[in-house]
Write a protein of this length. Structure first.
Length: 554
């Protein structure tokens, strides 16, 4: 990297390159069940209804999360249209903002060293878990951005940056609460604790700014909850017990129970290839040689949050995003202690491993046939990893940069961009296998079958609603996932979009729907005891796991 360019210039160049890699083909595959499809569809319904305080999923109120993610999703849909690109757009921008914030945190922790801060931003931006979060519509990408903003604000304030950074902390914390509740405080509070823990730093006095900051937190983060609880007191228990205590402590509440060691496996996978170098250097470096500041980063930014989230019964990889900025910063600190000779050995090892991985990606079509993998891979797909392999070779042959660190960073940027560009056509080619229903929606539109009623048997398919821009009618038999919070509905209109087939009182309504020549979508085949419905659907089509019954609509 030419010395004539500042670290900030290189940062923005990296953000532009990473942004291009993320945005290219962003909408080439449809929204995926179940989480992404839920957020996308709730955002779409919110945009259509203009009811910004009562999120609805398939026409029924859905209070699993506070509304900020839905608002942002709706904003993306308003900007880019009701498409997968629109749904994912602001999630990508949120991740790019995270890269900038990690750079800012690096400037503070590395005492203004821009090169180290830039390295931390690049490491963070090339972690697989971060790239995954950018390509999915969930609360986690937005929550991570707000937690980082709050963490940067409080750390900048504690380093003497002034009150505006203190208020950034409280506003970021309030918005994090409005995104996912109290869990949004984990990283910012750990950052504040690590600043003081066993470090000789004077405590700052309590002032009216602290009271005003707390007021901002309550106004921004709790006002939506208060509004709804005033509207319906039953929501108090629902928020505190069902969506907070049970989500943390009840293994079966949301069917996301995982063993305690789940994150101990996924964290290294989500932070490859950097985690290998970090773990090796952690073992090789004597604890007494590590400054207290970096011990605290390891303890409070990584170990404590990892332990906290591991105790929770409900586990998903993206829940653990708050520990990865600490991993990126620690990686740069530990590798920064090495000599160029030692760093060069890491460069050679990572070049070899990443090159082999790209070579393996080039062989995907042959491997899928040899291993009988249930995936579809176009013969042209390997062109992207082949181009990445060529780029790696050219980087080593033509780039005469003497310093090893820039070469190591560029190596991983090339690899990350290649993965991004290769993954998107694979997702497009395997939408039905990966939980998307865009091919079903396209099939219905091509035959104008989307213009009539669409019934979905015993499945919740917000992805289909999102793709069709209309609500299908769900026929519930025995799928527990279709149990909804209908106790908060003020009328029984929800029964028009969620039909209980076990309720004799709804038989007449069901038969009236069938008389309108609808389309019926079933995973697999319709059970034998539902064969009485088949005369309404003289034709059928199979698409992946789905059977489409139809025959009367033109």
């Amino acid at each position: 990297m030419p010395a004539s360019l500042s670290s900030r210039t290189w940062l923005w160049l990296f953000v532009l390159v990473l942004g291009a890699g993320l945005l290219l083909g962003l909408g080439s595959w449809g929204v995926v069940e179940s989480s992404e499809a839920r957020y996308a569809e709730i955002g779409r319904e919110m945009l259509v209804s203009h009811d910004w305080l009562h999120p609805r999923l398939l026409g029924i109120q859905h209070f699993h999360k506070p509304p900020l993610t839905y608002w942002l999703t709706a904003a993306g849909l308003a900007l880019a249209g009701p498409t997968a690109t629109g749904a994912r757009l602001l999630s990508v921008l949120a991740v790019l903002a995270q890269v900038v914030l990690v750079y800012g945190l690096g400037r503070l922790l590395f005492s203004g060293n821009g090169r180290h801060a830039l390295a931390a931003a690049v490491v963070y931006g090339t972690l697989p878990v971060v790239l995954i979060s950018a390509l999915n519509v969930t609360t986690d990408a937005y929550l991570m951005t707000l937690e980082l903003a709050a963490a940067y604000g409080v750390l900048r304030y504690l380093h003497g940056g002034g009150w505006r950074w203190f208020y950034l902390f409280w506003v970021g914390l309030g918005l994090a609460f409005l995104t996912k509740g109290p869990v949004g405080a984990v990283l910012p509070l750990m950052v504040a604790v690590s600043f003081y823990f066993r470090q000789s730093r004077p405590r700052l006095p309590f002032t009216w700014h602290h009271a005003l900051g707390l007021g901002l937190l309550l106004l921004i983060g709790v006002s939506w909850y208060i509004y709804l609880v005033v509207e319906n007191r039953e929501l108090m228990r629902y928020f505190l017990w069902n969506q907070t205590a049970e989500r943390f402590a009840n293994a079966g509440a949301f069917k996301r129970a995982k063993p305690w060691w789940f994150y101990l496996v996924l964290v290294p996978v989500g932070s490859l290839p950097w985690v290998v170098a970090l773990l090796v250097q952690l073992v090789r470096t004597r604890w007494a040689e590590v400054p207290r500041q970096w011990r605290n980063v390891l303890i409070f930014w990584v170990v404590v949050p990892l332990g906290f989230f591991s105790l929770a019964q409900s586990k998903l990889l993206l829940y653990l995003l708050p520990i990865f900025p600490g991993i990126a910063l620690l990686t740069v600190y530990y590798l920064g202690r090495l000599t160029d000779a030692a760093l060069y050995r890491w460069y050679v090892a990572m070049s070899s491993v990443l090159g082999l991985l790209l070579a393996g990606l080039c062989m995907l079509p042959a491997l899928s046939v040899a291993l009988a993998l249930p995936v579809e891979i176009s013969p042209l797909t390997p062109l992207w990893p082949a181009a990445g392999t060529v780029a790696l070779v050219l980087q080593q042959v033509l780039w005469d940069e003497v310093r090893v660190a820039p070469r190591l960073l560029v190596l991983t940027v090339i690899f990350a961009l290649t993965l991004l560009i290769t993954a998107k056509p694979l997702l497009r080619q395997n939408q039905l296998a990966s939980g998307g229903t865009r091919p079903v929606a396209e099939w219905l539109r091509a035959r104008h079958l989307d213009q009539g009623l669409v019934l979905v048997y015993d499945e919740m398919l917000p992805s289909l609603a999102f793709e069709l821009h209309k609500l299908p009618i769900t026929l519930r038999h025995d799928n527990d996932d279709l149990k909804r919070e209908t106790q908060f509905e003020r009328t029984n209109d929800w029964q028009k979009v969620l039909v209980d087939m076990n309720d004799p009182a709804q038989d007449a309504y069901l038969k009236s729907l069938l008389a309108q020549h609808p389309v019926l979508l079933v995973r697999g085949e319709l059970e034998d005891y539902r064969a009485w419905m088949l005369p309404y659907f003289p034709q059928q089509e199979h698409l992946g796991p789905w059977t489409i019954y139809y025959g009367g609509w033109k």
